[in-house]
Design a protein around this ligand. Structure first.
Ligand code: F6R
Length: 608
């Protein structure tokens, strides 16, 4: 979603700002803009489209040692050049970029209009430079503080001033900002990805903090009380590399193919075959505390919610602890009952999803304990939870999540083993679970080396008016995930459904030749799924089945059969999801879609 970069230092700001924006492209955006200084004041360019389009418009730009830049994902107002950031005050001396949403936009716009302010965009953001101008008494920090005091909602802002060319002022309430401390230069961004090329020494701005950024560092203050705050400088993890395609045509394909390695990184050092147990140090939970857990609630959105569904089923099946997954955006506003004997797990790739963060804060407010299962190190959810585990998947750049899903499932299965060993799993059973888990990366590698006849499915899916994904038990979240991937990457109308529920409605959608993708590994529910498969086949559906290698009886019932290696039912999503990821990818390619940056989507969803 929207991205911010700001710079003050000794070099020409523009190339640094533009390369920072390129590092944020993966988050999803629809327009981009930059503000620097020339001798008369602000020099601003904005373009609809890609950062490349913006870069092409920068010929003849002045040299400036300060600047701010932005990628916008439209919320208030259409995708137009006027609505792109930066926005300025009426006299063009203050420029500002903003992530987040201003909730009291209507009264603030009315107040400013009544005072004669003329708005040039439809955005909520434009309110801010006008408010700063209105509060101006000569001190930029005081003016920004006075303006933001009037604002309700979430924001991360970076502001520059034509009359104070040596500073950028930043403030945060709900939208992340990271300050990178270089040598005689300081960079700020909404995502460390835009910083790592310049420096790994960073300060994570906290909510309700602001900072004045200068070439020689940053000075932190309380946003509302103005009190000086100490800085805590951290070193960004070595993992946090600048992502590279490494010869693949798209990040999505690269990340699909990384899964044997990413799952293995997630399990290594945590799951022990010999002990028949697992250790998640970051959870900081001793067996005595694990025994006290009566319930587990997994909170997440989109793909992370689907992974949470798999986790909840595994926890119930293996550890016999009541567990459920919740959609974070629903949970946070439901006034949920939070109890001390429940363990809450926040599942998120980016660690910045605002709804998952909101759910975490709601649990914490009600006195509950939340642990994170997060990929991005140092992200807001990871920091807010304090305890938790990192997935160690490496950067996931494609908007459609693939390797994070399988790593999330692997991390939850690791936790499940740990929990189950404190209860009903003996050493021998623990050893066999550990062995099955540790065997997964090899099976994933074998599957990716020979993924089966996926290309035979692509043509019918690409031209279908409707595709149905079916699964039961552990395969139901996989069906949901397969449908989500196909929507995101190929824009093909489809839905995932529990196979047994299909005849209560969706079966009406089946026309002759409609592709129905049945996820049916050899598990306890397999025979029931076969009945559902026959029901749709009898109505003319074209059946594509994902089945366990060697299950020839099932393969023969299908028009196209895609085998996956055999594994216990609780581990099957780690394998059955992979052909569906490849199917979405190849269908997207066949339809000429923008694979890594699908329309309207953002990698990190930081607005509600
Ligand atoms: C799907 C996808 C989204 C994310 C969701 C949560 O491919 O990428 O559905 O899974 O926005 O994001 P995180 O995991 O970053 O909290």
């Amino acid at each position: 979603m929207c991205g911010i970069v700001g710079y003050v230092g000794h070099r020409d700001a523009l190339p640094t700002l533009v390369s920072g924006l390129r590092q944020l492209e993966y988050r999803g955006y629809d327009s981009a803009g930059v503000a620097i200084l020339d001798e008369d004041g602000l020099w601003i360019r904005k373009e609809v489209g890609r950062v490349d389009d913006l870069a092409r418009s920068l010929d003849g730009a002045p040299r400036s040692q300060v600047g701010i830049a932005h990628t916008r994902w439209a919320t208030h107002g259409g995708v137009t050049q006027q609505n792109a950031h930066p926005h300025t005050d009426g006299v063009g001396r203050i420029a500002l970029v903003h992530n987040g949403i201003i909730e009291n936009m209507v009264p603030l716009v009315a107040m400013l209009r009544a005072e004669g302010v003329v708005f040039t965009s439809e955005t909520d953001t434009e309110i801010l430079p006008h408010l700063i101008r209105k509060a101006w008494r000569g001190d930029p920090v005081d003016a920004v503080r006075a303006a933001l005091r009037q604002v309700q909602g979430t924001f991360g802002v970076a502001v520059m001033f034509a009359d104070h060319p040596d500073i950028v002022v930043v403030a945060r309430n709900g939208s992340p900002l990271v300050i990178g401390l270089g040598d005689g230069e300081t960079i700020v961004a909404s995502d460390p990805q835009a910083i790592v090329a310049l420096t790994r020494r960073v300060i994570h701005l906290q909510d309700r903090q602001m900072a004045v950024i200068r070439a020689d560092g940053a000075e932190l203050h309380g946003l509302y009380d103005g009190r000086r705050h100490d800085q805590s400088v951290e070193l960004i993890d070595g993992d946090y590399g600048v992502a590279d395609l490494e010869g693949h045509p798209h990040f999505m394909l690269k990340e699909i193919h990384e899964q044997a390695r990413s799952i293995s990184r997630c399990l290594n050092g945590r799951v022990s075959r010999e002990d028949g147990n697992a250790r998640l140090g970051g959870f900081e939970m001793r067996p005595r505390e694990l025994v006290g857990v009566q319930r587990v609630v997994l909170l997440g959105c989109g793909t992370s919610y689907h992974a949470g569904m798999v986790g909840a089923m595994a926890i119930e099946a293996m550890a016999r602890v009541s567990a459920r997954a919740e959609i974070a955006s629903e949970f946070r506003y439901r006034h949920p009952i939070v109890s001390n004997d429940t363990l809450y797990l926040a599942v998120s790739q980016s660690g910045e999803t605002i709804d998952t963060l909101g759910a975490v804060q709601e649990v914490q407010l009600k006195g509950g304990a939340v642990r994170g299962i997060v990929n991005v190190v140092g992200s807001t959810i990871a920091r807010t939870c304090g305890q938790g585990v990192y997935l160690h998947s490496g950067p996931e750049v494609a908007v459609a999540s693939t390797k994070a899903f399988t790593s999330q499932v692997a991390a939850m299965l690791t936790f499940t083993l740990m929990l189950a060993r404190t209860r009903n799993l003996d050493l021998g059973q623990g050893r066999s679970v550990a062995a099955e888990l540790l065997a997964i990366p090899e099976k994933v590698a074998a599957l990716l080396a020979n993924p089966g006849p996926i290309d035979d499915v692509v043509e019918s899916v690409a031209r279908a008016r409707y595709v149905l994904f079916l699964g039961r038990g552990f395969s139901f979240p996989v069906a949901l995930e397969g449908a989500l991937k196909l929507k995101e990457v190929a824009y093909v109308p489809c839905e995932g459904y529990p196979a047994g529920e299909m005849k209560h409605g969706p079966i009406a959608m089946i026309e002759k030749g409609a592709p129905v993708i049945v996820v049916a590994p050899r598990d306890a529910q397999r025979d029931k799924v076969v009945s559902n498969l026959r029901e749709v086949a009898a109505r003319g559906a074209r059946i594509i089945v994902i089945h366990t290698q060697g299950d020839d009886e099932l393969a023969q019932l299908a028009d196209i059969a895609i085998p996956v290696p055999s594994t216990p039912d609780w581990a099957s999503p780690l394998l059955t999801a992979i052909p569906l990821q490849l199917l979405a990818y190849r269908t997207g390619i066949a339809l000429g879609r923008d694979i890594d940056k699908p329309r309207h989507l953002a990698k990190s969803v930081t607005v509600e």
